[in-house]
Write a protein that binds this ligand. Structure first.
Ligand SMILES: [Zn+2]
Length: 290
């Protein structure tokens, strides 16, 4: 029930946003004809939090900032093995303001931005993966609260701003194509994560006004890789093997997105030298995926 409701809301929000940004999209396209023919060759991965900003903390002490940096590094290695360049917004236990993260992504001229986080809830039983792309309105109350928590670093960094920082960033909200592609990547990632195992329930694709997603001029999604506050899920998330599986799933989503991205732009894909993921790709194909 929840899933179909949020899907309907998401569609309505996408339609509204597409209409709102269409004029901006036309204006900016005229100045940037070259970029459209570019092959998918660059990804920015954003490990949430860092430094004094620990993010969420599990009952056994696992810190979101450490977990997401490790998963981000594993995902980077997989993506680079396919010849795609990866830029990290942080590769250390350091605090990087949200607007600096988006600036790094925009400077890199990346084709995709993926922010990696871990979820938290007061109910210890909450579990599963959630994938978000940006919207003015959250798809439900939980999504709104989550965005407020993940945006906290931004609000602390800009206390003196006379205007609502969210409002000023919304002025730069990306073009309609970018939003559609963000939606597409989120759904591919959701499909791959859902295929991991029954023990990794996917909570679906949702939308919320995450600051870090609003500032980037490329398709972007935020992945909450599990609830660090759930004792069983915290144990899973602490295991290197489980982290590898999450990274594998997200890498497959990136590769599938890359294929579609290039196909839409009429760019032939180079031969894949990423053989390790072949068996799982074949599995996905037999299930009718892609
Ligand atoms: Zn977080």
């Amino acid at each position: 029930m929840l899933a179909s409701d949020s899907k309907r809301i998401s569609s309505a929000v996408v339609a509204a946003l597409c209409a709102a940004v269409a004029v901006t999209a036309l204006a900016s396209r005229a100045d940037e004809p070259a970029r459209a023919a570019d092959r998918f060759d660059r990804v920015v991965l954003d490990a949430g939090h860092g430094g004094d900003d620990h993010g969420a903390e599990g009952p056994a002490g696992l810190l979101e900032k450490e977990l997401v940096l490790d998963v981000t590094r594993r995902l980077k290695a997989r993506i680079e093995s396919d010849g795609v360049r990866v830029v990290l917004t942080r590769d250390d236990d350091v605090y990087v303001p949200l607007d600096e993260r988006t600036a790094i992504a925009n400077r890199a001229g990346a084709d995709l931005f993926v922010s990696i986080h871990a979820n938290a809830a007061s109910a210890r039983s909450a579990r599963g993966v959630e994938i978000f792309f940006v919207a003015l309105e959250a798809s439900d109350d939980a999504a709104r609260q989550l965005a407020e928590r993940e945006n906290a670093a931004f609000r602390e960094a800009s206390p003196a701003s006379p205007d609502d920082p969210l409002a000023s960033i919304l002025g730069d909200l990306a073009a309609a194509d970018q939003l559609r592609e963000s939606d597409e990547f989120a759904r591919l990632a959701n499909k791959e994560v859902a295929a991991l195992a029954a023990s990794v329930p996917s909570r679906g694709v949702k939308q919320a006004p995450f600051v870090v997603l609003m500032g980037v001029s490329m398709p972007a999604a935020l992945v909450e890789i599990g609830f660090i506050t759930n004792p069983a899920e915290e144990r899973d998330l602490a295991s290197p093997r489980y982290r590898d599986r999450v990274a594998d799933a997200l890498a497959r989503a990136v590769f599938e997105f890359a294929d579609r991205y290039d196909a839409r732009r009429g760019v032939p894909r180079p031969a894949r030298d990423h053989e390790p993921a072949k068996s799982s790709r074949d599995e996905a194909a037999t299930q009718g995926g892609g």
